[in-house]
Design a protein around this ligand. Structure first.
Ligand code: GLA
Length: 354
């Protein structure tokens, strides 16, 4: 018996530390947040059985296209059409559906609104296409879904992003950060025991789209550094050999190698409850992103300064860079400044049992 309805929720994420390491087969330590995207899908009647009708509730915009051959589009429609096309290409049985999308992750702010959309849509459409007594959620390969969503970004959006956002959303766990090794895609959970310390994000006010920012150029620079070093990925590069690289490739590689070390140190700081050490690592990560990876902007720098002036023990830009949110870590005695919002680890992506 086919299902008539399905629903799924996928969270956004905050990356505690480990920026621009995912596409370098490195390490990162993100956590899923409470905010995310919810998708409800309802099978369409036979007359429109091969078409998707999508409603983006927050924007009050719609889209309609053929299941078999969606054409390229811009903005949120590119993510929806691309997800449908990549699901079909991967062989998932799909049905025409009315898809309702609602979310509360700020768009383009570095909290992974797009991954949340792709992941929620994947889970809801896979569920709707599966026989009611057939495949269940537990049988879905979540790593495969993350890779499928990354192909949406590459082929439909033009952003050559890694797997950080999708894995963080798919594998998020309440009260834990996910230590992801992108060389093996193994995930180890590290309890996010903050006590009365708080993590909070401040908006730089600047929005970004990875496809049009220098994000893709950074990825290409890392690729070029690997070619010159004769390694398959920067994970295999030795720090002593970076000297032979020309600038700015040397600085890019230095960021990636040192950021991997900071991820391990941050996991250790969390395990031992040393939140001051975690704050210092956030600061060092930011300095490296600004000076070596050169993905900060004047607005982001102003925001980081503001968070420090408010008394944060550590602060850094999060996500791909060129705008978006800044993460701050605040000790118990420090009140959160106005306009800064607290973020807590939330549940990973899941079906809603429609
Ligand atoms: C964006 C991308 C991720 C990752 C980060 C930087 O969020 O989508 O794949 O590369 O930037 O760490």
């Amino acid at each position: 018996m086919p299902r008539e309805r399905s629903g799924a929720f996928a969270p956004g994420r905050v990356n505690l530390i480990g920026e621009h390491t995912d596409y370098n087969r490195g390490l990162a330590l993100p956590f899923a947040i409470g905010e995310g995207v919810t998708v409800h899908a309802r099978a369409r009647d036979s007359a429109a059985a091969d078409r998707i009708f999508a409603h983006a509730r927050d924007l009050d915009e719609t889209d309609e296209f053929d299941l078999g051959k969606p054409r390229p589009a811009r903005g949120w429609r590119a993510f929806v059409r691309g997800t449908v096309a990549e699901l079909a290409r991967a062989g998932y049985p799909l049905r025409g559906a009315h898809v309702d999308i609602a979310g509360d992750v700020p768009l383009g702010g570095g909290l992974s609104s797009s991954a949340a959309l792709e992941v929620a849509l994947c889970l809801a459409l896979i569920q709707l296409g599966a026989d009611a007594d057939g495949e269940t959620e537990t049988e879905l390969d979540r790593r495969e879904i993350a890779q499928l969503c990354a192909r949406v970004e590459h082929r439909w959006v033009g952003a050559h992003t890694g797997l950080l956002d999708q894995l963080a959303s798919l594998y998020g766990r309440l009260d834990a950060a996910s230590l992801i090794d992108f060389a093996t895609l193994r995930i180890e959970y590290v309890p996010l025991r903050l006590g009365t310390w708080r993590l909070a994000v401040a908006d730089s006010g600047e929005r970004h789209a990875h496809a049009s920012s220098p994000y893709n150029r950074r990825r290409a620079e890392c690729q070029r550094a690997c070619e010159l070093l004769g390694v398959a990925s920067l994970r295999d590069a030795e720090v002593q050999r970076l000297e032979r690289l020309p600038e700015p490739l040397r600085a890019r590689a230095r960021h990636v190698l040192s950021e991997n070390q900071r991820v391990l140190a941050a996991a250790e700081a969390l395990r031992s409850g040393d939140l001051l050490a975690l704050g210092a690592l956030l600061n060092r990560s930011h300095a490296s992103l600004r000076d070596c990876y050169e993905v900060s902007t004047a607005a982001v720098e102003r925001t980081v300064r503001g968070v420090h002036e408010a008394g944060a023990a550590g602060a850094r830009m999060i996500g791909g860079g060129f705008g978006g949110y800044v993460l701050g870590l605040f000790a118990p005695s420090i009140p959160l400044p106005d306009g800064v919002r607290e973020v807590r680890p939330g549940a990973g992506a899941h079906l809603l049992g429609a």
